[in-house]
Design a protein around this ligand. Structure first.
Ligand SMILES: [Zn+2]
Length: 393
């Protein structure tokens, strides 16, 4: 083996960083004129021109004619190539498997989300998910697109670096090395992350269009986790398990929690709180939403209590991270519209003034997680497009 040539390694790094910065610029702006690129990237015109040539050749960028207002002749603008490849996003939930195909610009091309029986054995659920991913892969290839990878979101403790599910409490699954399993099955790079992180990323990419700098996505259901985007990047913590917001202690003498402690946030605002406060062990949230619309005062009081505890925890997160945006989603989505106002009021009362003025508390209109799973793949390509330019003759 030859010794690593430092100068060459540095040049490669600079090339990768420039390419990545350029692709992200196109993602955020939509289009860019060649002439503006060197200035935006802070490089020489020659370097900028080389990057464009390579990315055009790799099919990741296209040059399109645009007629600008007032100008007679159409100008050429660069943009991400929708046909630069496709990514697959997958999510396995307790009662549903979702798989989507997105193009290189993140447009959704294909999706399927069959219901599953939670009682099915683990092996059968995984086999169903694999079959669906294979169908998505075949679909993309039939469209003459290049597969870029597969992203998978799972609710539970995930080692994103190793690509292993460590523990999924709702599915009751332990230690499944999805990355190595699926990479050998499909021959593509597989990215794994927990459902709160993929939901945060999906919301950030699709609904927020990358405008927030610091965002927390609270996925609330039987469990509760926060996907944190800090300084525009998913924050995973030292072991990759950051975001266990449901186990923030909010009442020293509170209710027992599944984690073995008591007074955790999830016991006050998650499904366990609804079930305990209404005395219904298997609560139907669609039915709760229907009753709330009729003005059920008993349920209204439960909702007020839960909203206040939710706002209290959010105020803590806002004070800690100086967030721009807090998004509420997860299984309790049907009743979020009834919770939002009181939650916002509590955040306004309890967070510090200069921090609360900056933050927007929103609810998510859809299941963001599967979009984020697909986006894990696109993000990896945007972070390092060099391998895709290498396969060229
Ligand atoms: Zn707990």
């Amino acid at each position: 083996m030859q010794p690593i040539n430092d100068k060459k390694a540095d040049q490669l790094t600079v090339r990768r960083l420039n390419m990545s910065a350029f692709l992200k610029l196109l993602r955020d702006r939509g289009t860019l004129a060649r002439a503006d690129l060197a200035k935006e990237l802070g490089t020489t015109r020659n370097t900028a021109s080389n990057i464009v040539t390579e990315l055009l050749k790799a099919g990741l960028v296209v040059e399109t004619e645009y007629r600008r207002e007032g100008a007679g002749r159409p100008g050429l603008l660069l943009e991400l190539a929708p046909n630069g490849g496709f990514a697959i996003g997958a999510e396995i939930d307790i009662n549903r498997i979702s798989v989507i195909v997105v193009d290189f610009k993140g447009n959704i091309l294909w999706e399927e989300s069959p219901q599953i029986r939670p009682s099915l054995p683990q092996k059968e659920i995984i086999a169903m998910a694999e079959q669906l991913v294979q169908t998505a892969l075949d679909w993309g290839k039939a469209e003459n697109l290049k597969p870029l990878g597969i992203g998978l979101g799972l609710a539970g403790l995930v080692d994103a670096e190793a690509g292993s599910l460590i523990y999924a409490p709702t599915l009751n699954w332990n230690d499944i090395p999805f990355k190595s399993m699926w990479e050998s099955t499909f021959g593509l790079t597989v990215y794994l992350d927990n459902e709160a992180n993929t939901a945060a990323l999906g919301y950030y990419a699709y609904a927020d269009r990358f405008t927030a700098r610091n965002l927390a996505y609270l996925s609330i259901g039987a469990g509760m986790a926060a996907g944190l985007i800090l300084d525009r990047k998913i924050f995973r913590g030292s072991g990759g398990f950051a975001g266990q917001a449901g186990h923030m202690k909010i009442r020293p003498d509170g209710e027992p929690c599944t984690c073995g402690d008591r007074g955790c946030w999830v016991t006050e605002v998650g499904l366990p709180a609804f079930e305990r406060k209404t005395g219904q062990p298997h609560i139907d949230l669609e039915e709760v939403a229907r009753l709330l619309r009729t003005g059920d005062s008993e349920l209204g009081a439960v909702i007020d209590e839960i909203s206040e505890m939710l706002g209290l925890g959010i105020a803590n997160l806002v004070n800690l991270f100086n967030l721009d945006c807090v998004v509420l989603g997860g299984a309790i989505r049907p009743i979020l519209p009834f919770i939002l106002e009181k939650t916002r009021t509590t955040v306004d009362q309890r967070a510090l003034k200069h921090l609360r003025d900056n933050v927007k508390v929103k609810i998510s209109g859809r299941d963001d997680s599967v979009f984020g799973a697909a986006y894990l793949v696109l993000e990896a390509v945007l972070n390092n497009p060099v391998p895709l330019t290498r396969s060229l003759p």
